[in-house]
Ligand binder design. Structure first.
Ligand code: ADP
Ligand code: MG
Length: 441
């Protein structure tokens, strides 16, 4: 069972977290709903419990075990255990190099637009090597905007230009993991040696060390040693240095003393550019597939700023189209991606819905919300309730309150009524579609 759960966890957490945190666990027994694991240190046990506990319980239950709680124990020294070995293995394989680089993340595949041109230019400059100009280069921006892509691109480029350079790329999480492993195995000298001998150090997602005090401390020393030695440091985070939570002031100010550039949320043009470049790749892969005019524009309009979501949507679209052997039309796109499209829909408020609907039916807002029950007002009111239920995350009582303090059963009734009518009256269905689209804009 545990072996099966391990497999699911690997997929769910990603290879990095998996090898850092899950692999060191040794499942020992399950009794009375408590799953007991041996762990190499209390630290690992606590960390796993806080960060992955719920997921482990969830997947164990999914695999058919009744697990309520997890317990982590550090086996006493006298008892022979196989664990330290496997930890050392993970550690050793990482020791010489950093985390693996994704071969697709190069400058060639990075599409440049207004929102990322500065970050791209700075990355290019650093990738040229030569004398260190800004140190550190600090890249920040929201999730899926290309931070990791740019960092890998720099690493690829540097390695190509100067194969003798010792370029170390890793996530802040891996930095911490190596640090605590070194502490536990009393190998701090090796650790310091390794990190002080690199020519270029790249630490991804540095916000992770916020609140992790001893890791911060060590990071600070590593950082200073490298800067003093004129070695290039490149850091990424999901926010500006000053805004990282629970990060020591002295580290914040250190991180700011090089060049800080942010990746802005993508705009329509950049999204379209990225889609086009991905389509070129796919078209080589699926030469038989045609993509209709307007599909990419539609996706660039409708999908949020996160490039990862955009790519995922396109991948799914091509896979689906090749499966059913059809041209990629707008209709197919809407069918295939309805959930993604819904999730990235703009958030609308109940008030906006009320305003739009009363405008559409040419009634006053006060009449829509007011007590009058004549059909002229009641129908638009129900339509607005229906849209509020569909398009916002408000509960029925919350919606009722915004409709002049109506009861939640009234709202429920209204929503039902519209659902029934939609099937009978195509005019209503059309109106709803129109309103929905107007509200999305
Ligand atoms: P982050 O690290 O900022 O969360 P990533 O670098 O992992 O984001 O990017 C997410 C995905 O989007 C990756 O597959 C990456 O290749 C792609 N991506 C992001 N920005 C661009 C871009 N400007 N051009 C091409 N692909 C991009
Ligand atoms: Mg990243």
């Amino acid at each position: 069972i545990w072996a099966k759960v391990l497999n699911t966890l690997k997929g769910a957490l990603g290879a990095n977290s998996y090898s850092s945190w899950i692999e060191p666990l040794e499942f020992t027994q399950l009794s009375d709903g408590v799953a007991i694991f041996d762990v190499p240190t209390n630290f690992i046990g606590n960390y796993v419990s806080q960060n992955f506990g719920d997921q482990i319980i969830y997947h164990m239950n999914n695999a058919g075990e009744d697990v309520q709680r997890l317990q982590f124990r550090v086996p006493s020294q006298s008892r022979p255990t196989t664990k330290p070995k496997s930890i050392k293995k993970a550690n050793e394989s990482e020791a010489a190099s950093g985390a693996p680089l994704d071969n697709r993340f190069t400058f060639d595949t990075f599409v440049v637009g207004k929102p990322n041109e500065l970050a791209h230019a700075a990355a290019r400059r650093v990738a040229e090597g030569g004398p260190v100009t800004f140190n550190p280069l600090f890249l920040y921006g929201g999730v899926g905007l290309g931070k990791t892509h740019l960092m890998h691109a720099i690493a690829h480029e540097l390695k190509e230009r100067s194969p003798e350079l010792n370029v170390l790329y890793l996530s802040a999480e891996q930095f911490m993991y190596r640090f605590i492993t070194a502490l536990r195995e009393r190998k701090m000298m090796d650790f310091k040696q390794l990190f002080r001998s690199v020519d270029v150090l790249m630490v991804d997602d540095v916000q992770f060390i916020g609140g992790k005090d001893s890791t911060q401390e060590e990071f600070f020393h590593t950082f200073n040693a490298l800067v003093d030695g004129q070695k290039q440091i490149i850091i990424s985070a999901d926010r500006a240095p000053g805004e990282i939570k629970d990060l020591e002031e002295r580290i914040k100010s250190r991180l700011q003393c090089g060049l800080v550039v942010d990746l802005h949320p993508t705009d329509y043009e950049l999204r379209l550019g990225i889609l086009q470049s991905k389509v070129d790749v796919y078209s080589a892969q699926y030469p038989e597939l045609e993509i209709a005019d307007g599909v990419l524009e539609f996706l660039a309009h409708r999908i949020s700023t996160n490039v990862r979501v955009l790519e995922g949507a396109l991948t799914r679209l091509f896979a689906f189209a090749s499966l059913v052997g059809r041209e990629i039309t707008l209709e197919l796109t809407q069918d295939c991606l309805s959930d993604v499209l819904k999730a990235s829909d703009r958030k609308v408020t109940v008030e906006e819905i009320q305003r739009k609907v009363s405008e559409h039916y040419n009634i006053r807002l006060s009449d829509m919300i007011g007590p009058k029950r004549v059909r002229n007002y009641a129908r638009p009111r129900q339509i607005a309730m229906y849209l509020a239920k569909q398009m916002t995350s408000r509960s029925l009582p919350e919606i009722g309150r915004r409709f002049g303090g109506r009861d939640h059963t009234t709202v429920m009734h209204g929503v039902k009524r519209i659902e029934e009518l939609m099937a009978l009256d195509s005019q209503i269905a059309d109106d709803l579609e129109l309103l929905r689209r107007a509200l999305q804009e």
